[in-house]
Design a protein around this ligand. Structure first.
Ligand code: ATR
Length: 278
């Protein structure tokens, strides 16, 4: 049993809605594993209340927080200090409060994504990557992949958004027509789905992997369901897959270290514990 004393370090995750967040589960798992006197709580925060809630947390002595949909861009504007990753994304998912009240922020989604691939021994330098999608999630993934030297191609249903993403991030990347990607698959080493296609509750989408190279690695940032339609299609073809849950677990590490002072490990026990809630 976790004991919380008057000296407990407190952090939170802010979202609207928040009840689907798995972050409390995973941070409290780590708090228990490392026997830390602390707690991590979910807070349902309406968009119009975000700034006053963050300021209230600083006043109440919270160590910091995660922010999730729809707060990532608005929280960026609440920070006093942000790093390069956050500036590039114009959004944050992790905030920590200095003892003098300074609100610091960064975006760890991209790093979490790269760490989850490295965990599965996927080598990324000069790796030819095809990214499906050009939304907020694609921005984190593309930024991090570009930083580790991957060769990036982006395809999106709305091609103007892919163009915009490449311009905004100021990175070198190719573009492919959405209709053409299945036939061009052979030239890629890694396929990343950042769209909401295949997410639980959305209509089914048939991913066509006919032309995949046998060494193609396939990953999805969607993690509900754990085996998405894309991962299922890849597994049926005998391709290596990396599930999206790893990104969720790895993106959480930096915040935990900032708030609670321990750099936590992502391992099988944690993965299975969080996966059992999906
Ligand atoms: P997030 O911030 O989670 O990435 P988003 O910004 O809404 O969410 O982006 C969703 C992505 O899924 C976009 O790339 C979107 O394509 P469009 O830019 O053309 O809208 C993609 N997407 C969603 N539904 C899709 C569908 N039915 N077919 C193809 N792409 C789809």
């Amino acid at each position: 049993m976790t004991i919380i004393t008057g000296r407990a370090k407190i952090a939170a995750v802010l979202g609207w809605p928040i009840q689907h967040s798995r972050s409390p589960l995973l941070h409290n798992f780590w708090l228990d594993r490392y026997q830390i006197d602390g707690a991590y709580i979910p807070l349902a925060v309406k968009p119009e209340d975000l700034r006053k809630v963050i300021q209230g947390m600083v006043a109440a002595g919270f160590k910091g927080c995660n922010v999730t949909i729809p707060h990532k861009e608005a929280a960026y504007l609440c920070c006093d200090r942000v790093d390069e990753a956050a500036k590039k994304m114009q959004s944050v998912n992790t905030l920590w409060f200095e003892p003098d009240g300074t609100i610091c922020g960064t975006s760890t989604d991209g790093l979490g994504f790269v760490a989850s691939l490295l965990d599965q021994e996927v080598s990324l330098k000069r790796c030819k990557v095809l990214i499906l999608g050009a939304g907020g999630a694609a921005r984190s993934v593309v930024t991090a992949l570009s930083d580790v030297g991957a060769v990036i191609t982006i395809t999106n249903r709305t091609s103007s958004k892919a163009k915009q993403l490449i311009n905004d991030l100021d990175i070198k990347a190719n573009q492919l027509n959405w209709e053409d990607w299945p036939n061009s698959l052979e030239q890629f080493d890694l396929l990343v789905n950042t769209t909401s296609l295949g997410m639980e509750g959305k209509e089914d989408f048939a991913f066509d992997l006919t032309y995949a190279h046998p060494k193609l690695v396939v990953t999805d940032i969607v993690y509900v369901p754990r085996v998405t339609p894309l991962l299922k299609a890849a597994q049926d073809k005998g391709l290596k897959t990396v599930e999206g849950l790893g990104m969720l677990l790895h993106q959480a590490r930096l915040g935990f270290e900032k708030w609670f002072g321990v750099n936590p490990t992502v391992d099988q026990e944690l993965t299975e514990y969080v996966a059992s809630s999906l």
